[in-house]
Write a protein that binds this ligand. Structure first.
Ligand SMILES: C/C(=C\Cc1cc(O)c2ccccc2c1O)CCC[C@H](C)CCC[C@H](C)CCCC(C)C
Ligand SMILES: C[S@@+](CC[C@H](N)C(=O)[O-])C[C@H]1O[C@@H](n2cnc3c(N)ncnc32)[C@H](O)[C@@H]1O
Length: 255
């Protein structure tokens, strides 16, 4: 039976917890995102010159989320995409932001408390794992995942879970770095990480955390491989779009 939640303005919105302890390597990633949480948003703005906010708006638009919908943002982090979804679905809609980093969710919940827009009350934060979504089958009208899949160890399981909880005919929109097959683009990504991102992150004591970006992109799936993964997991259509000259990419799959 749903518990009655009194939404008192002075209290931070509650965070539901469904944590199954992740496997060791996943625990290392969980710890990484807990460590970078305090500076994550500001460094994203700095390193992308604010462009990441445009990329996230595109991902939300591609998800097809509309007024009144019930939508899910997987690997929501500090909530950027969840807040965009909240504006899209409005006060009659519902947004669930799921992440396994308690520190990221704490930032998201704090940001929600500080925002005046009434629609942001439609967001619930859930601490959980993308590979074990604590939701019913065929529940969501749209799902987004921004810069999450690349960080999930079992990508196939995550894709399977997102398929399971998405309504038939609904869309999944996955934004991430693009593992480009164009040598110049791949080289530019790595140059920026080596010569801009990591030196600045070093000043925050986070060199190793941002160095991880490079290996995570190298080990990621190409756009064509992401399309095939979605089709293998049962999606009826899947299309990967290059964003910003192929630096980033967005997979749109329809159940
Ligand atoms: C929002 C962005 C990245 C989020 C992000 C994802 C991760 O997996 C991380 C893992 C470990 C540490 C941090 C992150 C993380 O922040 C994209 C924008 C931020 C990037 C760090 C920017 C990297 C530079 C681009 C390759 C080139 C940008 C060129 C131009 C200025 C648009
Ligand atoms: C780079 S951040 C992206 C945050 C946000 N979506 C954005 O676009 O800024 C990646 C997020 O994925 C989360 N994450 C990674 N693996 C996860 C998993 N298996 N289950 C849940 N969250 C996970 C991390 O805790 C982190 O908050």
């Amino acid at each position: 039976m749903a518990s009655l939640q009194l939404c008192l303005p002075s209290l931070r919105p509650p965070i539901s917890r469904f944590p199954n302890p992740p496997p060791r390597c996943s625990a290392q990633r969980q710890a990484l995102f807990n460590r970078i949480a305090p500076v994550y948003d500001d460094l994203n703005d700095l390193f992308s010159l604010g462009q990441h906010r445009i990329w996230k708006r595109m991902a939300v638009s591609w998800s097809g989320a509309k007024m009144g919908d019930c939508v899910l943002d997987v690997c929501c982090g500090s909530g950027d995409i969840a807040f965009l979804l909240s504006e899209k679905v409005g006060s009659n809609g519902k947004v669930t932001g799921l992440d396994f980093s308690r520190e990221q969710l704490s930032i998201a919940s704090s940001r929600q408390s500080l925002r005046w827009n009434a629609c942001y009350k439609n967001i619930e934060w859930v601490e959980g794992d993308a590979t074990e979504l604590p939701f019913s089958d065929c529940y969501f009208d749209a799902i987004t995942m921004g810069y999450g899949l690349r960080n999930v160890l079992d990508k196939r399981k995550a894709m399977e879970e997102m398929f399971r909880v998405l309504k038939p005919g609904a869309k999944l929109s996955i934004l991430d770095f693009n593992k480009s097959t164009t040598p110049f683009v791949a080289s530019f990504q790595e140059w920026m990480i080596d010569h801009v991102v990591v030196p600045v992150a070093t000043g925050y004591g986070l060199a190793k955390e941002y160095e991880y970006l490079k290996s995570s992109i190298r080990e990621f799936l190409t756009g064509k491989q992401l399309e095939q993964l979605a089709l293998d997991e049962g999606f009826s259509t899947a299309k990967h779009y290059d964003v910003s000259g192929g630096l980033m990419g967005n997979l749109v799959a329809t159940r």
